[in-house]
Design a protein around this ligand. Structure first.
Ligand code: SAM
Ligand code: SF4
Length: 336
């Protein structure tokens, strides 16, 4: 039987699912987590089998792109079991892309296996190329380990995109060196504005906010920027640097609203479906999943009901000099 596709009330086709497979992480990035995070009890998490069933059901309903995130997805125990299970959907053509967003710490270990499971592109988050600054921003991370991971990923044949959170006074001075480093290694680069997600302890969110229009203006002092029409259905907008031919993305939830073309929903590691990263509304999909082990019909019904409630957009706004639209949950919960 062919299922009707998932279409939200604003006629957006939902074919992209991001899944957070764990809320845990081996880093404590200052914009993402507080130093002393309390993590969910294990029994709250979907098991790997439940994650498989959940994702397979979304694929049945027309999801073609799956991005696995977290927390740090590669620290979840036996995570390759899940990736290997998803490979079957790639092989039969129902899933067009399986990808991951990672901090890179475990890539040296997993890159070859990820490629073997059918993955072709990954995103690695890296905000600085300076070892001391890396330790400062991630609190627990070590740069050489991540760089080894990126090497391994490229050697395994994975296309790497680097995601950089633009942080005022922190990596402003590395704008050109990061761009040049990515160009030299043939890696795409995307800058992300700091979003108001979750309590991060004593860190000052407004102090971290470096608007990408300022970053872009800085870039234009050295390079000729050409806007690209290319949209991936996602929030990024792209420019080409004419001098290097390099493509650079900007994710600007705060200075730019990208909701009109939103094609995605997000599943947390506990089975909550968030229809919008910037809204509190969610649907519990774990209950229909666990209550009906024999049939996916109630789960499908719950997914359709949730999609019919997808809001038009988010309400993030720093323009009144305070982080309006602040979300109580952490990015690592919903999955960035
Ligand atoms: N641990 C993986 C990683 O760091 O790539 C995946 C999860 S992480 C939550 C996903 C992305 O969200 C990362 O690129 C991270 O930099 C970004 N992120 C986390 N907190 C953020 C915030 N408050 N504002 C903007 N981006 C954030
Ligand atoms: Fe961990 Fe990623 Fe959050 Fe950093 S951004 S603390 S690596 S989940």
């Amino acid at each position: 039987m062919t299922e009707a596709p998932l279409i939200d009330p604003f006629q957006r086709a939902i074919n992209y699912l991001r899944v957070s497979v764990t809320d845990r992480c081996d880093f404590r990035c200052v914009y993402c987590m507080s130093e002393n995070m309390t993590f969910l009890p294990k029994k709250e998490l979907l098991t790997l089998e439940e994650l498989d069933r959940m994702c397979s059901t979304f694929i049945d309903l027309g999801v073609e792109k799956l991005r696995i995130t977290g927390g740090e997805p590669l620290v979840r125990r036996d995570i390759m079991t899940f990736f290997n299970a998803m490979a079957r959907h790639l092989e039969r053509g129902a899933l067009k892309e399986l990808t991951v967003t990672t901090n890179g710490s475990q890539l040296a270990r997993f890159a070859g296996d990820l490629h073997a499971a059918g993955m072709r592109r990954i995103n690695v988050s890296l905000d600085t190329l300076d070892e001391a600054k890396f330790a400062e921003v991630t609190r627990w991370g070590r740069l050489p380990q991540v760089l080894r991971g990126i090497d391994a990923a490229q050697q395994a044949g994975l296309r790497v995109k680097i995601n950089v959170v633009a942080i005022k006074g922190f990596n402003e001075d590395e704008l050109f060196s990061l761009a040049e480093w990515c160009a030299a290694r043939d890696m795409d680069l995307t800058f992300i504005e700091v979003m108001p997600m979750g309590d991060i302890g004593n860190e000052n969110r407004l102090g971290q906010y470096w608007p990408l229009k300022d970053l872009r203006a800085r870039l234009a002092e050295r390079y000729t920027l050409t806007d690209l029409a290319e949209r991936t259905g996602g929030p990024a907008r792209y420019v080409r640097l004419e001098e290097t031919g390099q493509k650079i993305g900007f994710i600007t939830p705060l200075t730019h609203n990208f909701c009109e073309s939103c094609n995605r929903v997000r599943l947390t590691c506990t089975g909550a479906l968030y229809m919008c990263l910037g809204q509190e509304d969610m649907a519990d999909l774990r209950a229909p999943l666990r209550s009906f082990p024999e049939t996916d019909a109630p789960l499908k019904e719950a997914i359709r009901a949730a999609i019919s409630l997808k809001p038009k957009g988010h309400d993030f706004d720093y323009s009144r000099q305070r982080p309006d639209g602040q979300m109580s949950r952490h990015m690592s919960h919903t999955g960035g």
